[in-house]
Structures are given as structure tokens and as C-alpha cells.
Design a protein around this ligand. Structure first.
Ligand code: NAD
Length: 499
């Protein structure tokens, strides 16, 4: 049994709280590691360390800070296989998917190579007589990121790369379910030349999160996780006077118009519904075929594909479609929701509840499930299932499908599959969801755009990565200066205007 640590002040530090959590290999169901759960005092010690280290880091010129990111990216490539193996072992996703998790974070590190440009301010010479005006972006000081289990490489990097390259010191509180990769990322940042104390990993649960939210020296908190916790973090962090952005859960709808290429739509639904066993905030969990004929054709094609999903541990090879769920509790919750769907009258076209794998009977596997004729009152529609379960909600026409998507409380991602440019254009314009795909099922924006949902999927007004990553982790200072006549003209009692 491996005992994990925190990573504070540039080195591994043992937990002292006396509390810890089990870390499983979801494919075998075995506990392989224990992670410490930080106390308020341990979090406080990490913050004190970060606060001391931050001013010197902020004084390093942005080009040099960007070079640390360049070296970090090189090291991520060097250690890709090792990182992916560690990630799959704790999360359960396939190795190619684990590499995707790392690469989508690495791309944000690459975007941060441009920090000297992204941090540039504005300047107006002669804004008034003898007056120049300029704005600069400055780091906030010590900032934090609280991240979920489902992307243990990508989401920590979305947070700490822009924050650190902008000159902040960072406290990362990763998910206690798969903390190994975040610790490995911190080691790599040190190897890349980051000074000690600038990236700290504090493992923990609610106690550590609440300590972050209450700590007066933490200036900003970026959170990703489920909506109830996002609401808690947002309200408690804001009440403490911090800058807070929180990204929550999702229920992503994909509309299939009668003119869509049905093979393409089915391929998209299989990948987006069942990839990573549905444990993605951008997974498609609701398919909305328009018209009965479209619905019948879609379900007929989906059934054999869901039945044929190759489900196995990550060690079985690169052609595995999906692995187990992250914990036994996650598996039991998903199975419970499938039971409720049956009880509430949905048609279970494919039942994956009995799935078991020889040699891995204790793993947290659930087979792919497909529901047809789901209605909005059912729990399987109302709740984020976060498992390999796709619900088909039949709609009578386009406006009914759009209405359904708009009325859903979540607004993370959505997609429309059609050959009709007019319908696609109307959908992009009107839908109240943050990320939209046209014949693309998982429209995760690239690193140089920003990522964020609307409604119950996002709280706060700036998105993750892209230009917003820099905006969130810096603050603007605007300077108005007058040289050299100074105050010799005397006091001015009216508000200054430049006109
Ligand atoms: P979670 O909400 O259980 O945990 C997220 C983080 O909050 C973890 O670090 C956890 O330790 C902490 N936490 C858990 N319970 C807490 C509590 N009571 N008080 C304070 N902190 C607490 O989420 P998860 O299960 O790790 O991740 C899955 C969820 O994340 C899904 O809902 C998914 O949709 C969402 N997600 C959203 C996005 C997005 O960008 N919108 C991206 C990925 C995942």
C-alpha cells in the first residue's frame, strides 16, 4: 500500500492530520494507495509558504516564466506513457483517453508560452496635456484551484498554467479519488525550473476546500466539479471576498435533425455518450431525435452499437472503448438511476447493469445502457447520471427540441446534427448553452478559446483557459501619469476630463 503525500514548498510532505482516503484501482476494485486529507493547519502552512515565495516569482520577467512552461511541455512529452498509466490506473479510463486528458492540459501550457503577449497592457500617450495613461495586468498573489476526479491532468493544468505563468503562487486541491497525477505534474514543474513554493498540491476533502475558501491570503479560487459543490464554493468564496469561478455539472443534449447523416450521428453518440464511461462533463447524455422516423432509425442503429461496446481495464489494449467507473459508490449510483428509469416507465433498450468481466469481478464496471422514450419528469432526465447511460428523448419538431434544450437547467455543451445550414445557424444563435457543436458532438474549445458553461453549469463571469485564464488570475491596474509639470499649476477641484 503506497502512502501518498502533499507537495508543499517544492517537496513531498507527509500528511499530519491523521485523516486519509483510500485510492482504488477501479478495474480490480483494490485499494492501492492512501492519500492524506489536509487539516486547516496544513492548508495554512502551504499558503504561508506560497505567500513567501510569490513576490520573487512575480518579479521574474514573463519571458523567463514562459520558458518554464516550455520545458514543462517537453517533460510532459517525455513522461507521457508514465503519466497516462498512472492516470488510467486510478481513474479507469483507457490509455488513449488518458493521453488525451494530458494533451488537452498540455495545450493550455503551450498557450501560456505567449504569456509576455497575453500580459501586455494598454498605453495611451498624451491622453491629456502632458498626461499618459496605461493599464497593466498584475498577479493576484496566492490563488487556488479545486478540481474533479474525471480529468486529473487536464483540469489542474487549465488552472495552474495560466495562474503561475502570470506570476501567482498556486494551491492545487485535486480530487482525493485520483491524486497521483497532480503530484507528478508538480514534480515536473519543479524539474522544469519552477521555484519551490509556487505550485503546491494539498490533498484533501471538504475540510481542505473550506479552509481554502476561508483563508484570507488566497485571493482567487477556480473550481470544477458537481453543481451542488460549485454553488457551495461560489457562495462561500464570494462571501469571503474572493474572486471565484465555478464550473458545475451538465446534461448535454444532442439534436438529430431528420436530414442528418445517420451513420455520422450514431458514431458521434457512441463516442460522446460512452467514452470514459460517460464520466465527462461534455458527454452527450441526452439524444433528441426530431420526428418519429428519425427516432426509430436512430434507436435501431444505436442498439447493436451499444451492445458491442468493448469494455475492459486499460491494460487490455488500445482498442478498448471504455473502462470501469471511478468508485463502487459511483457504480451503485448509476445502477440505481437505471433502476429508477425502468420503474418510471422509460424503455431500457440495452441493459448494461449485469455486466461482469472474468478476472475483474470486483471492478467497478457497468455495461452501456440505452434508454428510449425518456420524459422530462423522470429522474434519469433530471439528474446528471455521469455513467455510460444514454437517454433518447423524442421530439416532434425542431422547435420542440430547441425548447427542451433551453429549458434544461444545465447549459454546458450541446450539439446539432444536420445538413441544413439555416437550422444549424438558428440553433447556434438561440440556444442558451455555453459550448455548441455543429455536427461535432463534444465541442470542447481549443486552448486559445475559452471553456465554460451557462446556467447551472457555470458560476462567475470568466471562463477557463484562453484569454480568460489570464484575466481571471490577474487584476488590472490603470495608471494616469503627468510629467513633468506636476502639481505646480495648483489644485483642481473639478473631476479631471481629457476633452
Ligand atoms: P465533486 O463535486 O464531487 O468534487 C469536486 C471537488 O470538490 C473535489 O476536489 C472534491 O474533493 C471537492 N468536494 C467534494 N465534496 C465537497 C464538499 N462537500 N465540500 C467542499 N468540497 C467538496 O465532483 P467530481 O465527482 O469529482 O467530478 C464530477 C463532476 O464534475 C460532474 O458533475 C461533472 O459534470 C463536473 N465537471 C464539470 C466540468 C466543467 O467544466 N463544467 C468539467 C469536469 C467535470
Amino acid at each position: 500500500m503506497q502512502e501518498l503525500t502533499h507537495f508543499i514548498g517544492g517537496r513531498h510532505v507527509k500528511g499530519t492530520s491523521g485523516r486519509s482516503a483510500e485510492v482504488f484501482n477501479p478495474a480490480t476494485g483494490e485499494v492501492e494507495k492512501r492519500t492524506p486529507l489536509a487539516s486547516v493547519e496544513e492548508l495554512g502552512a502551504a499558503v504561508a509558504n506560497a505567500k513567501q515565495a510569490q513576490p520573487a516569482w512575480a518579479a521574474v520577467n514573463p519571458q523567463r516564466r514562459a520558458r518554464v512552461m516550455m520545458k514543462f511541455v517537453e517533460l510532459l512529452h517525455r513522461d507521457m506513457d508514465k503519466l497516462a498509466e498512472a492516470l488510467s490506473r486510478e481513474h479507469g479510463k483507457t490509455l488513449p483517453d488518458a493521453k488525451g486528458d494530458i494533451v488537452r492540459g498540455l495545450e493550455v501550457a503551450e498557450f501560456c508560452f505567449g504569456a509576455p503577449h497575453h500580459l501586455k497592457g494598454e498605453y495611451t500617450g498624451n491622453a491629456g496635456p502632458g498626461i499618459d495613461m496605461y493599464s497593466i495586468r498584475q498577479p493576484l498573489g496566492v490563488v487556488a484551484g479545486i478540481t474533479p476526479f474525471n480529468f486529473p491532468a487536464m483540469i489542474p493544468m487549465w488552472k495552474f498554467c495560466p495562474a503561475i505563468v502570470a506570476g501567482n503562487a498556486f494551491i492545487l486541491k485535486p480530487s482525493e479519488r485520483d491524486p497521483s497525477v497532480p503530484l507528478m505534474l508538480a514534480e515536473l514543474m519543479m524539474e522544469a525550473g519552477l521555484p519551490a513554493g509556487i505550485l503546491n498540491v494539498v490533498n484533501g476533502d471538504k475540510e481542505a476546500v473550506d479552509a481554502i475558501l476561508d483563508h484570507p491570503d488566497i485571493m482567487a479560487v477556480g473550481f470544477v466539479g458537481s453543481t451542488p459543490i460549485a454553488e457551495h464554493v461560489y457562495s462561500r468564496g464570494c462571501a469571503a471576498g474572493k474572486r471565484v469561478q465555478c464550473f458545475g455539472g451538465a446534461k448535454n443534449h444532442m439534436i438529430i435533425m431528420p436530414d442528418a447523416d445517420m451513420d455520422q450521428a450514431v458514431d458521434a453518440l457512441i463516442g460522446a455518450g460512452y467514452g470514459a464511461a460517460g464520466e465527462r462533463c461534455m458527454a452527450i447524455s441526452v439524444a433528441v431525435p426530431v420526428g418519429e422516423k428519425t427516432a426509430d432509425a436512430l434507436v435501431e442503429r444505436l442498439v447493436p452499437r451499444v451492445e458491442a461496446l468493448k469494455i475492459a481495464p486499460y491494460t487490455a489494449g488500445d482498442d478498448v472503448d471504455m473502462g470501469p467507473l471511478v468508485t463502487a459508490a459511483a457504480r451503485d449510483r448509476v445502477v440505481g438511476l437505471v433502476d429508477s428509469g425502468v420503474a418510471q416507465g422509460a424503455e431500457l433498450a440495452v441493459d448494461g447493469r449485469g455486466f461482469s468481466m472474468q478476472g475483474y469481478e470486483d471492478g467497478f464496471f457497468v455495461g452501456g445502457c440505452l434508454f428510449d422514450k425518456v420524459t422530462t419528469e423522470m429522474d434519469i432526465y433530471k439528474q446528471e447520471i455521469f455513467g455510460p447511460v444514454l437517454s433518447v428523448v423524442r421530439s416532434k419538431d425542431y422547435s420542440d427540441a430547441l425548447d427542451l434544450t433551453m429549458k434544461n437547467p444545465y447549459g454546458n455543451g450541446t450539439a446539432i446534427f444536420t445538413r441544413d445550414g439555416d437550422a444549424a445557424r438558428d440553433f447556434c444563435d438561440r440556444v442558451n448553452v455555453g459550448m455548441v457543436g455543429v455536427n461535432v458532438p463534444i465541442p470542447v474549445p481549443l486552448a486559445y478559446y475559452t471553456f465554460g458553461g451557462w446556467k447551472a453549469s457555470g458560476f462567475g463571469d470568466l471562463n477557463q483557459h484562453g484569454p480568460d485564464g489570464f484575466r481571471f488570475y490577474t487584476r488590472t491596474k490603470t495608471v494616469t501619469s503627468r510629467w513633468p509639470s506636476g502639481v505646480k499649476e495648483g489644485a483642481n477641484f473639478s473631476i479631471p476630463t481629457m476633452g
